[in-house]
Design a protein around this ligand. Structure first.
Ligand SMILES: Cc1ncc(COP(=O)(O)O)c(C=O)c1O
Length: 384
């Protein structure tokens, strides 16, 4: 059966040079990203300062809006930031932690930035509640739900866990959080571009993610969605002149917030990154996440079948409905085996406590999956 998505391979030069199975970490660069970067350079060179008023100043909104169908949100609800960590900091700065509702509740399987960043808010009175997980794979959902109560301000929750590709029950967490007056920050970084999302329908208060992975957008383009009926009630403390209602009046006074999404901005937008990110967004939009997901489920299933047949432990949920886009294979001496795979041009990565992560995307072929698993088996045999 012919796979129509393979027609996209020619738009991603790196996939013709190696077996590129690392899109959960750094998605392949689309050829047309170079064109967008050239466009940025040409505008900078030929238009100079006039470029700010010929599209650069609004580039956060126009680029963010490209993600509307990928995230399942309305236009005008997304602001762009350097990365997820910065977007999370802006959300946290909308809250006070000096009253009874001072808790930030999350699990120990969240991306470590959360632990570092929210830990920093302890100095403003925040209390961090870290719910322990039984293994590297999944969250103890009842324990997480129990930990969310009237003292909880924020619940940062990865939609797909980075270590295991486990899809969390976001609806259950949002329901509990809202019942007790807490807000949920959905981190969709490991989902956006490979797992279909309906963030507005889910009722998440905030969603954050970046472009480096499945969106093939490169670094420097993190996005922040805020629930529209909540957005204009929030007053971020981490704020700059791009969040002002009249930034070009340069008023030396307390900020007058712009309406959302601009009120969540900081300073000068990261124009080159927002240009290069567009290429990946446009391609993902054109293919459509449901088609990407269909293929991803087929290829991840094949990876898991091969891994199990070879006797490897798979640290990824078996059920399609619970599995994101990667497969995590735990083999002895995982780091050394991953290094050897990369040396043999099978590009993967390794996460301690989890295993070797492999991530087929729309541009990968079935033959590449078979090849990667052949090489993995060969390396493991020669290491024993
Ligand atoms: C789920 C998740 N959240 C957050 C991050 C970190 O994002 P950033 O580097 O944009 O702050 C990552 C990066 O790997 C991630 O996988």
């Amino acid at each position: 059966m012919k796979d129509p998505l393979l027609a996209w391979r020619k738009e991603f030069p790196i996939v013709e040079t190696c077996t590129y199975l690392v899109s959960h970490s750094l998605g392949a660069m689309p050829r047309k990203a170079a064109g967008y970067l050239q466009q940025f350079a040409d505008e900078w060179s030929s238009r100079g300062v006039r470029a700010w008023h010929e599209g650069w100043w609004e580039i956060g909104r126009t680029t963010g809006d490209l993600l509307v169908p990928v995230l399942g949100v309305d236009a005008g609800t997304i602001s762009m930031h350097q990365n997820v960590t910065v977007a999370m900091a802006i959300i946290a700065s909308c809250h006070r932690f000096d009253g009874p509702r001072n808790r930030i509740v999350m699990t120990d399987l969240e991306f470590p930035s959360n632990i570092y960043l929210f830990g920093g808010f302890r100095r403003y009175g925040a209390e961090i509640v870290l719910v322990k997980s039984p293994d590297a794979m999944r969250t103890d959902l009842p324990a997480l739900l129990d930990a969310i109560d009237e003292r909880t301000a924020l619940v940062p929750l990865s939609y797909v866990l980075f270590k295991s590709a486990y899809i969390q029950d976001a609806a259950a967490v949002i329901e509990k959080a809202h019942r007790v007056g807490a807000q949920v920050i959905l981190d969709v970084y490991q989902a956006a571009g490979t797992v279909p999302l309906e963030i507005a329908a889910l009722g998440a208060d905030f969603a954050v993610g970046g472009s480096v992975k499945w969106l093939c957008g490169g670094p420097g383009a993190g996005y922040l969605y805020v629930r529209p009926d909540l957005a204009n009630t929030l007053e971020p403390g981490t704020v700059g002149w791009a969040a002002h209602a009249h930034p070009f009046e340069f008023e030396a006074a307390a900020i007058e917030y712009a309406d959302a999404p601009e009120r969540f901005q900081s300073g000068t937008p990261n124009v080159p990154s927002l240009y290069s990110a567009r290429a990946g967004y446009e391609i993902v939009r054109e293919i459509g996440v449901p088609a990407i997901r269909q293929k991803s489920l087929r290829l991840t299933r094949r990876l898991m079948d091969r891994a199990k047949a070879a006797g490897f432990r798979v640290n990824t949920p078996d059920a399609d409905a619970q599995r994101g886009g990667s497969v995590i294979i735990d083999v002895p001496n995982g780091q050394a085996v991953a290094d050897e795979l990369i040396r043999r041009e099978v590009i993967v990565d390794y996460r301690p406590g989890a295993g070797i992560r492999m991530a087929p995307h729309f541009y990968n072929s079935t033959e590449e999956i078979e090849h990667a698993m052949d090489v993995l088996a060969e390396i493991c045999q020669s290491h024993t």
